[in-house]
Design a binder for this molecule. Structure first.
Ligand code: SF4
Ligand code: SF4
Length: 437
């Protein structure tokens, strides 16, 4: 007895009379005319064709295929590269209007003991022996002024080089220029720098603590980094206050020649209430409303795509690769292929929990200790461990979302952080099919 697959995602394409059907388990996607869609709803379709594509299935067979793909996913993850964050300080030389870390305790003097750095490298080389891995410096701001932070970075880079590990850095970019000679000694994976819009908007949102502007000096740092073949990942943190200025930022990056560089890429981050409450919640976007506005923005400014191509769930992947990605049984890499460590010697699951009270998973300094039960709780989180996800047709595109967000909202790690997959696909398939034609 055949029935429609539980993993079919069917909806209308934005600004079109057509529909889509996507099935991550079978790996098929098709556009349906309005008539074909009606036939699908009324169960009067070509059963042979639909079962060949996995849209119509034998339930027992589909369960078997699901189990096999799940095992493939777990196997593949076991050989995935691990990203290890290290926080040398929670202090920062900026005073960003929306900083979620402004309530954190900091060590403004920023002196990380070489002994602690040695312990970090000993820990990761032993714990993740034989695994592909790289390190990302995170903060606070890892590129601060003063000799002690430079000394730290020099030592840290020597240790990365000794262990043959790539280094990425998340920085506000203010002192990037000064650090370029040191950074050139490392194998730099990328430097993530934030510009929140064109000069006027960025300077308003991301001033230096002294009140000084930061846009021009960051822009010079990006120029210099690209000239030195240091990869830049330019990030804009988006909310309702700066969204309209993004096309101007895109134009700036295009005029600068950045978008033509093979060392340049971009990302958009959503400004959201992480774990330090904001006073102006009204300017924040939901995940969906942000991408709805970006859809409108790209329709009005098609050149924006030269600066940034949003993923729209799996839509961008589908259009760029001509096929669907593998099913995503787990979207949260925390304590699996992502870990975070800070200058106090504490181990955390990821960047969302690092430095947060009650989120420690153990220590690597002064001695190694692990909360195995908590680590296991993180490692067991996937769409099969979350009740709501088990029966959700979107699970293989969504992957259950972010564990930390789920815990913040629902009080439990093994709960859902829903992604508006269907709505994002409506927009993304609509957008990329018109841009293609
Ligand atoms: S908890 Fe959220 S931020 Fe942390 S690894 Fe998981 S998805 Fe990423
Ligand atoms: S998090 Fe929500 S949308 Fe995602 S798979 Fe689970 S129930 Fe579905």
């Amino acid at each position: 007895m055949l029935s429609k697959s539980k993993h079919n995602i069917v909806s209308k394409i934005a600004d079109s009379n057509e529909y889509f059907i996507v099935n991550l388990l079978s790996g098929n996607a098709d556009v349906l005319t309005a008539e074909e869609y009606q036939n699908y709803v009324n169960n009067s379709f070509d059963a042979e064709m639909y079962s060949a594509k996995g849209y119509l299935v034998d339930e027992a067979e589909e369960k078997k295929a699901y189990k096999n793909k799940y095992l493939d996913f777990i196997d593949a993850r076991d050989s995935d590269e691990i990203q290890l964050f290290f926080v040398p300080t929670y202090a920062c030389n900026f005073n960003c209007s929306y900083c979620y870390q402004s309530g954190y305790e900091t060590n403004p003097s920023y002196t990380v003991d070489n002994e602690l750095v040695d312990s970090f490298f000993n820990y990761i080389n032993l714990e993740f022996e034989g695994r592909k891995k790289y390190i990302t410096l995170f903060g606070g701001e890892p590129l601060l002024g003063g000799t002690s932070s430079k000394k730290f970075l020099q030592y840290f880079i020597n240790k990365c080089n000794e262990s043959k590990l790539d280094l990425a850095i998340v920085s506000n970019g203010f002192l990037l220029k000064d650090y370029i000679p040191i950074l050139k000694e490392a194998s730099i994976r990328e430097i993530q720098i934030t510009l929140d819009g064109p000069k006027e908007i960025h300077n308003k949102r991301r001033p230096v603590k002294s009140g000084a502007d930061s846009f021009d000096v960051i822009s010079e740092g990006i120029d210099l980094a690209l000239q030195n073949q240091l990869p830049i990942n330019l990030r804009a943190v988006v909310d309702k206050e700066n969204i309209d200025s993004l096309p101007e930022l895109a134009e700036y990056a295009i005029d600068k020649g950045w978008t033509k560089s093979p060392y340049f890429k971009t990302q958009l981050g959503r400004n959201y209430e992480l774990h330090y409450c904001q006073s102006e919640q009204g300017k924040l976007y939901s995940r969906l409303s942000m991408y709805q506005d970006i859809y409108k923005l790209i329709k009005q400014n098609p050149n924006f795509i030269e600066f940034h191509k949003p993923a729209y769930s799996i839509a961008k992947f589908l259009f760029e690769n001509g096929e669907l990605p593998d099913p995503l049984f787990d979207a949260c890499p925390g304590a699996k292929t992502e870990w975070a460590f800070d200058y106090t010697g504490t181990i955390y699951s990821c960047t969302a929990t690092v430095g947060k009270k009650g989120e420690s998973l153990g220590t690597f300094f002064p001695e190694v200790s692990k909360h195995e039960d908590l680590i296991e709780e993180w490692q067991e989180r996937d769409v099969l461990s979350i009740d709501k996800c088990k029966t959700c047709s979107l699970q293989l595109a969504c992957g259950g979302g972010c564990g930390s967000m789920a815990k913040n909202y629902n009080g439990s790690l093994h709960s859902e952080d829903c992604r508006p997959v269907k709505e994002l696909l409506e927009l993304g398939i609509g957008l990329y099919s018109t841009l293609k034609s």
